[in-house]
Design a protein around this ligand. Sequence first.
Ligand SMILES: [Zn+2]
Length: 318
Amino acid sequence: MVVVALVFYRVMDSTGQGVAKADVAGVLIKPAVSVSQPLLAGLEDGACVSFSPTSGHVGQTVFIDAGHGGLDPGVVGATAAGHQVLEKDATLAVASRLAALLRADGYSVVMSRTRDTTVIKLAAADSNYGAITSSAVHRDLAARAACANAAGANVLVSIHLDGFSDPSVGGAETFYDAARPFAASNHRLAADLQSALVARLGVADRGVFTDDQLAAPTLTATGGSYNHLIELGPQSPGWVDNPSQMPGALVEPLFITNPAEAQIASDPAGQQKIAEAWCAWQESNLLPLAPQASALSGELQARERFSLGEHRPLPWRS
Ligand SMILES: [Zn+2]
């Protein structure tokens, strides 16, 4: 099945114009008529790209967001041997491998990016001495949610890697938003992804948290009062105008500031393990997680306040 909603899609040209030929972190995305890009303005080439299944067809679409990219490296870590590991590289590698696995299982996949770029095209004003501005990060995150919506994704999975000043800190943690109408699905998705990952990688289980428990410094006065992840949270006029419309979770499988975990994150075998864990989860949980009304009562109360919030030195959290 190429594209169902042709009216919303532009099928890439026959050369794949940079997408079909893209070699994403060692995982070749084959030239195919199945590659398309939802029509959203201002996106990078290779960003917000949809791929049809390579085998079978279950009629569901998974939005896979490789965190950061381009001028935004995310966390910078290193292995014990001193090999630098950038969060943006590892997230793209894992995302690409997960996409391949899901497509082979009959899912359509939409990737927020397939290259080392931001999702939005940056202007000169979006860079400050080579670093991406907070305004651009905000718009980039909003574009990822808009992409998931435009593609009609059933589930959103945002892949990140963690960092902390103490290199001994490690483990996996997953975040979801408890303020959405489909909060119960969000929670289930987050919990299932987290447990699949911990079981497969054998890393410390740091837990599943609501996204208001992230101790992110404020981007702006507006962002500071938002108190949700832009990709997962509810609408907030002027800040999140186009919130994601499907269950979602943000997963942080490893700390790349921990040398042993940086080794796993930068190793193709480790990246594949992460992807396989999540794909196995999908097989056992039978997507989709249909949006459902949720009684939010107790959801937040049941969660302890995030006791490790002080471990977040990052300028941005997404
Ligand atoms: Zn990140």
